[in-house]
Design a protein around this ligand. Sequence first.
Ligand code: NAG
Ligand code: NAG
Length: 363
Amino acid sequence: MYIKSIQIHILIYRFIAFTMSYSIFCVGHPLIDMQVRQAEDLITKYNLKANDAILADVELESIYEELITERQVFYVAGGAAQNTARGAAYILPPNSVVFAGCVGDDELAEQLRAANKREGVLDVYQVNKGQKTGACAVLISKGHHRSLVTTLRAAKNLDEEHLWSPTVAPFMTSARVVYIEGFLLTHRPEIAIRLGRKVSEAGKIFVLNLSAPYIPRSYNTQIQEIIPYCDIIISNEAEAEAWAASNDHTEPTNISSVAKAIALLPKANVASPRIVIVTHGAHSTTVVSAENPDAPKIYPVQPLKEEEIVDTNAAGDAFAGGFLGAYVLEKSIDVCIETGHRLAAMCVGQEGPQYKWPKVNIL
Ligand SMILES: *[C@@H]1O[C@H](CO)[C@@H](O)[C@H](O)[C@H]1NC(C)=O
Ligand SMILES: *[C@@H]1O[C@H](CO)[C@@H](O)[C@H](O)[C@H]1NC(C)=O
């Protein structure tokens, strides 16, 4: 009886994946964001930088308890790749985006599921019994700065088997684009690397977001291993600069030059030339294609008025979501970048990694 119900379950998933056009598959650490404003004192107390993204060490573990008991916390669905998934779903038809990651069996996971459902992302979570779902303290301080302190908890336990399990694999098959956050390279990086290889061998588009300066700084070997499988690499200026420093690049602050160097790194699937995208906040976005590495394209960003800015948390994730959404719709790179800018601007105007509802058409 039990076996039978599992088989039916699997058949249903195959059917869903087959009949619907799930074209984007995202993998990352599902996190709940715990946002706190006027956090200057916490930044000083815990010796943090106003603008940064780090993993909580033992000393920082107490910050979550302190937030819960002493501050007014705004809970919102987070996690870099999951934010990107919701962003891509925002501009795509229903049943386009799937997200995989590992959560605990707690109320925080329920909040994430509700957000995904509301915003059109199908989550295929692995559930860690008795574990807590990962969290990210988002400390917002003056001048729209945000300091992110993450505790991964269940998120770091994602098993490779889960990605290829009968309920998840069909979506991998239906996807044309697989997107991962660089944070996956911090724990059991071989899972992300093998995923990249399989996706690349299948002739699909594999996209990596460098995610935070500490990834190229501390996990450069893992990045070197995964890069040959990457068709598109997304980073911001600080992450590109950190990559340059780790790889002895001679002009670390010249974004075009760093993007070109990354674009020209070895590539397994030579059929599609690599594209490297480096955002630079409200300044501009640089795109270099391996096809024409000496012709970087620089796209200006329409800056927002000071009073339109709520916070910049997850603006980069939103950019990636807008870009990917337009990309699977086979828009030109110019349109993809523009869509990314628009979705990022929308996110900056909302509290945390959120988009505007009811939906506005930004394509
Ligand atoms: C930055 O690098 C690009 C590409 O290598 C080069 O064309 C440009 O002259 C450099 N810019 C500066 C300011 O050095
Ligand atoms: C992904 O890329 C964006 C755009 O460069 C960047 O701002 C952001 O930090 C990255 N997001 C994550 C956390 O994966």
